[in-house]
Design a protein around this ligand. Structure first.
Ligand SMILES: [Zn+2]
Length: 442
């Protein structure tokens, strides 16, 4: 897939993310193999790199690959299967019974392939997953050449994947060992939620996180019910409980973080914890609004997640970026609480930081992996263009994503996926649709 050629992407604009709040016009990103080796004004390119293969991207904006900080990729096969329900009804009466019926390694592989296809077409080059059979999700990501951070799952209930939390953890750690040489794959610990994981398991996870230096990715303070149940059962709110168990530190990726008081925002900030903000999922399940403005003001690192397709129902980080920026303004009653540069940081570098991948990805910098997205702003709907990042945040959509490179390899060209057999994907999706439809009595 890789060769020794030097490739220059000659774009009308480059938003590198680092250095912060920059936008460079008529600029080139130069790649060699899997890395970015230079960023240079296009007028100086020919002199410095006379033999570079040039890709003309006039009218395009280059941004770092988008990072989906929270998803359950294989749930794409359940998209639209259970809508318009509150969280616990949705989860306990619909999603979990359905998962019990269909869960298998093949389900996860096929569902993750479907999710990867959707995400790549929308400019997402890296996703952080929490699901059963992570080895199947890894196979799918490697097959389509996409970067993935895979959750080493822990939940107390049994499934086709595992018997109990310890079994899940052992299986996940074995998968991590088996895939340690895969450059596209990394891992995090993924206890499902405070209400579905015991103290004993969470203590074990805190030890593993410290020993293996792994992020801990957990649904946290998502809904009022979760907090009330924790107060009843443990006499403390979930975040405090996690702190007592040694889990509030720079490894923590708190997914949702909708219901936080001032003290809890300070706690996250003081301990360098991260938040995965999933605005569409929060709205659709009517869980509330995460106060992103307050988190940013307190210095908390906030990335963006789609959540799974069963609660969103699209894996579209550009859409989350727009919605996240709008809701942050609404929540603080302040249009200036977040600007377009910060919105792009949330969708890229902040997600990479939360996953411990910010030395590799999240910005267009010399030495970083070439995970790059070219967005076509030269369309009727996006004309005139006074400010490309304004268009990216407020006007453009994933339909404007034209080319994508992951690890220096082009995976999307003129909107066409290069490493996915779309006919086979449609066939496998139809196969699961028929099974889920047949079993829809659950
Ligand atoms: Zn989730």
């Amino acid at each position: 897939m890789q060769n020794d050629a030097i490739t220059a992407l000659n774009a009308s604009w480059v938003a590198p993310v680092v250095p912060r709040q920059q936008l460079w016009a008529d600029f080139s990103v130069v790649m060699h193999q899997d890395r970015i080796i230079d960023l240079i004004s296009t007028k100086d390119l020919a002199e410095k790199y006379p033999h570079a293969d040039c890709v003309d991207l006039s009218g395009h904006l280059l941004i770092p690959g988008l990072v989906n900080l929270h998803t359950h990729a294989a749930m794409s096969l359940m998209r639209g299967r259970a809508d318009d329900l509150p969280l616990q009804d949705w989860l306990q009466k619909n999603i979990w019974p359905l998962e019990n019926q269909v869960m298998s390694a093949e389900f996860v592989k096929d569902g993750t392939l479907l999710a990867c296809a959707e995400m790549l077409r929308g400019g997402v080059t890296c996703f952080n997953d929490m699901y059963f059979f992570p080895e199947s999700a890894a196979k799918a990501a490697i097959e389509v050449h996409m970067r993935a951070s895979l959750g080493i799952l822990a939940i107390e209930s049994h499934s086709a994947y595992g018997m109990d939390a310890l079994d899940y953890l052992n299986k996940g750690l074995a998968t991590r060992d088996a895939l340690r040489d895969e450059s596209l794959i990394s891992f995090c610990l993924a206890p499902h939620a405070p209400y579905s994981v015991s103290n004993q398991t969470l203590e074990r996870i805190a030890l593993y996180a410290a020993e293996l230096d792994l992020p801990v990715h957990i649904h946290l303070h998502e809904a009022i019910d979760e907090i009330e149940q924790s107060l009843q059962q443990y006499q403390v709110r979930p975040l405090k409980r996690l702190q007592h168990l040694g889990l509030v530190d720079p490894h923590l990726v708190a997914v949702h973080a909708v219901h936080l008081n001032t003290e809890e925002i300070e706690l996250l900030s003081e301990h360098g914890a991260h938040v995965a903000h999933c605005p569409t999922s929060n709205l659709k399940l009517a869980n509330g609004l995460c106060d992103v403005g307050a988190l940013l003001k307190a210095g908390v690192n906030v990335g963006l997640g789609s959540d799974g397709s069963a609660s969103n129902n699209r894996l579209d980080i550009l859409a989350e970026m727009r919605l996240g920026a709008l809701l942050a303004k609404f929540k603080q009653n302040d249009a200036g609480v977040i600007n377009v540069h910060q919105a792009l940081e949330m969708a890229t570098l902040n997600g990479a930081k939360a996953l411990g991948l910010d030395q590799k990805i999240g910005s267009l910098e010399i030495g970083k992996k070439a995970d790059i997205v070219a967005v076509n702003l030269n369309t009727l709907e996006l004309s005139p263009c006074y400010h490309p990042l304004s268009h990216l945040t407020y006007s453009a959509g994933r339909e404007n994503v034209n080319h994508v490179w992951v690890d220096g390899v082009q995976v999307l060209q003129h909107g066409q996926l290069l490493h996915i057999d779309q006919d086979a994907l449609i066939k496998s999706t139809q196969h699961w649709f028929e099974i889920i439809k047949r079993d829809s009595a659950c």
